[in-house]
Design a binder for this molecule. Structure first.
Ligand code: GLU
Length: 501
């Protein structure tokens, strides 16, 4: 039975890289009829940020990523929050101590700093481990009575992992293949602190073991920790899960990891939903607030670093589940392309039920103080959606439906206007007045007939009329705009517009 987990630390909003990690775990679990777990890794109390846990839940729910077990849904492997599992870690650290796989170290942070400086002055880097642990102040060098005296007196301590000597660690990553590391380069990482809480490394592997995790799928930044994790599994004598480390999401320009700063600089979001920093009050923009549909966002994100094995791009969650395979995750970083991201939303907007688009458009419009019926909203959205990427943009692009343009584009007038423009406008106004019903196809007939009879250049004529109605030479089907605003308003805009030609 496949069991995978997403294990975020609640230290702030979830970057889209984190969302993608959750997504790949979800796709993998569903593909294999497995279980997907949400575990909150909050043992580092100093980095805890209020609201971050709620943010993570809300963001993933918006994405349609659902969990089978976790802090919010329960399950028989709980608690799913590490701060509620302190007694479990204490039990397991004692097993390591008892089996001589871990030891107490008593250096204070001042002493460690002094050691670091001393090494630096010799041009070396201090690393607590195989090469010097026998010379430092710890339970490997002190007698057992000295150790218990120190512990009983409340002296500050940590428990460090005792990295085995002369060992080649062979790690296998589904995405990266085999990596070999010599144990000498790994330091004796702190596993447990005197506050009674474990560090990430201990808590993470104890929980993965106890929660029967079969595959650890996580970001590339954790790859350097893998040799230590492998050694920890060996120290406990536990079977290891399989590992897959996902490539970074890269900025659109250059090679670095995509960061908030890139987003601010280039005008896009790097967070799924918006976040208000509880300390600074700063607001971080989100894809949701930028107007993305969650399906489009998730589809775009899935393809940043994975492909379905063919050239499909537009895929539903179900299709992605069916196609998902870790062997199709790329090794190299995936470049984020903000234009492509918008294109995904464009495609989803075109395919969306027009009734829904109309409702969204109507709501968006009312924020701008314009209220229209659903029927009218549908008429306009149907006409406009192919020209935009987001419903919000329909509002910007369709204001002329509700208000006559305040100014007319002088460049467009220069390009399309002729000395005959005013005459055409006068003629067409007369023809419009004679019509019995002012309806789009009939309006087209009247205008086409006029162009033919007068042997006009269609571009000059239609753009002259369009500029009067819309303000520019761009926009949707002209006669539809006229039908929508009605004969009286059409004529009034033509009368006003005439003066500019
Ligand atoms: N708590 C770690 C994080 O915030 C989890 C890493 C892992 O998945 O092992 O990314």
């Amino acid at each position: 039975m496949v069991r995978v987990r997403f294990a975020p630390s609640p230290t702030g909003p979830l970057h889209i890289g984190g969302v993608r990690t959750a997504l790949y775990n979800y796709l993998f679990a569903k593909k294999n009829n497995g279980i997907f777990i949400l575990r909150i890794e909050d043992t580092d109390q100093n980095r805890y940020v209020a609201g971050a846990e709620e943010y993570i839940l809300e963001a993933l729910e918006w994405c349609g990523i659902k969990f089978d077990e976790g802090i919010h849904v329960g399950g028989k492997y709980g608690p799913y929050k590490q701060s509620q599992r302190a007694n479990i870690y204490a039990e397991y650290i004692n097993i390591l101590i008892k089996n001589d796989k871990a030891y107490y170290a008593f250096e204070t942070s001042e002493e460690l700093n002094a050691l670091r400086k001393e090494y630096e002055s010799r041009g070396e880097t201090f690393q607590y481990g195989i090469n010097n642990r026998k010379k430092l102040k710890n339970s490997l060098t002190l007698s057992s009575s000295e150790v218990s005296d120190l512990l009983n007196s409340g002296h500050q301590y940590v428990i460090r992992f005792k990295v085995p000597e002369n060992k080649e660690i062979i790690i296998n990553d589904i995405i990266r293949g085999e990596v070999r590391v010599k144990s000498e380069i790994i330091d004796d990482k702190v596993l447990f602190k005197s506050d009674g809480l474990p560090t990430y490394h201990l808590a993470n592997i104890v929980d993965d073991h106890l929660m029967d995790i079969t595959h650890v799928i996580r970001g590339e930044e954790w790859l350097p920790s893998l040799p230590l994790h492998v050694l920890l599994y060996e120290a406990f004598g536990w079977e290891m899960p399989e590992f897959a480390h996902l490539p970074l999401i890269l900025r659109p320009d250059g090679n670095g990891k995509l960061s908030k700063r890139d987003g601010d600089r280039l005008g896009f979001s790097v967070y799924p939903i918006s976040w208000k920093d509880p300390k600074s009050g700063e607001i971080y923009r989100g894809f949701r607030e930028d107007g993305y549909y969650p399906e489009a966002f998730v589809n775009m994100l899935a393809l940043l670093g994975w492909n379905p094995g063919d050239d499909r791009e537009i895929m539903s969650m179900q299709e992605m589940i069916e196609a998902f395979d870790l062997r199709h995750v790329h090794k190299a970083g995936a470049r984020f392309d903000p234009i492509k991201a918008q294109w995904f939303n464009h495609v989803y907007l075109q395919a969306r039920d027009i009734k829904l688009v109309a409702e969204e458009f109507k709501n968006e419009l009312s924020k701008h103080g314009v209220d229209i019926t659903l029927e009218k909203a549908e008429y306009i959205s149907e006409m406009m959606r192919e020209r935009v990427n987001f419903v919000k943009e329909i509002v910007d692009e369709s204001m002329f439906f509700f208000k006559a343009p305040e100014e007319l584009d002088t460049k467009a007038i220069k390009k399309w206007g002729t000395e005959k423009s005013v005459e055409w406008i006068n003629d067409i106004i007369e023809k419009f007045k004679e019509m019995t019903t002012f309806e789009s196809t009939l309006i087209d007939e009247v205008m086409n007939k006029y162009v033919k009879e007068k042997e006009l250049k269609a571009g000059n004529f239609y753009n002259t009329i369009r500029i009067c109605l819309v303000g520019t030479s761009k926009g949707p089907h002209l006669s539809k705009i006229m039908e929508y605003i009605g004969r009286e308003e059409t004529i009034s805009r033509l009368e006003k517009g005439k003066k500019y030609f």
